[in-house]
Design a protein around this ligand. Sequence first.
Ligand code: BT5
Length: 327
Amino acid sequence: MDPLLTDIVVLLRAKRPAHGTSAAGLAAALNIPVARLNRALDEIRELGYVLQVESSEAIRLVSSPDRMIDTEILSGLKTKLFARQLHCYRKIGSTNTRATQLAESGAPEGTVVVAEEQTGGRGRLGRSWHSAPGLGIWSSVILRPQMPLQRASGLSLLAALAFAEVAEERLGLRVDLKWPNDGLIDGKKILGVLTEVSAEVDRVYHAVCGTGINVSHQPHDFPPSLRPAAGSLAMAAGEPVDRIAFYRAFLERFETLYRRFRRGGIAPFLPDYRRRSILLGKDVTIRQGEQTISGVATGIDDNGALIIRSGKREVVISSGEATLSTS
Ligand code: BT5
């Protein structure tokens, strides 16, 4: 990555940069020779940015590429921790697998892996995640929360909440959350979260929180088996959604929520989560491997586990597959 390219895109996006956006003005702002600036502008064009030179010599950014590349993700990204180390791939097996390797070799907290396409995208319990090229956000972040394992299981809820807030604020969509890790709009799954933790009981070494967000899909982009249940932000909004801008906003919000989570765990977020939960108050069936348990979902505890009232018993479920009993 050449940080100069990102700096130029940031200046071109700024409302009124101090030195203007002529080649000479940009070169002065960045303290580089104009020839270097011109070479960088060519490289920026090669990445897919469309630039136009106006009669005033101001350079205008006409459009940005819809590509998961560092120049585009980092330009204007306001995070301090997330994506300060960013690994972008055009194609990869699974961003969670890659992030786990990086975490094991000591990558710092906040390291992000993102790919345009996953050939082996993973869901929970050995299931797969369909990750078509160019249409979604297939991304994993390495976290190192200093907390016992039990408390770290709230991370999937946290990621889902960050997604919901951004989709609601940016696109005006209403997001339903299905414990533990699904985000749905109009009954269609748009978000899946896979959190994988390496820990002792009392101490987390690292967690990799992977999020799959369907952004630009139309129904025919999903395999037929997924079509009835899968949706995308663009389908829900009824118009194209700026995938990279959504991703930047998601990283920023997730980081903000994560900083609070490090201090106080998932408990402070539960009112916001409950408000969007489609399970609470409903008859549900939870499958955990071969076992199933049915009852009324009555709450979510301070570790993010689901509480079920089954007959006279209260059962705390920390992981599993939930379905509404009526569905
Ligand atoms: C999940 O699993 O929902 C977690 C998905 C996490 C994916 C991200 S992408 C970046 C990172 N790297 C990875 O390798 N994974 C993470 P689960 O609750 O087990 O749901 C999986 C089920 O969702 C599948 O069995 C399908 O039924 C359905 N599904 C698969 N792909 C889908 C898609 N793109 N959209 C909606 N539903 C899908």
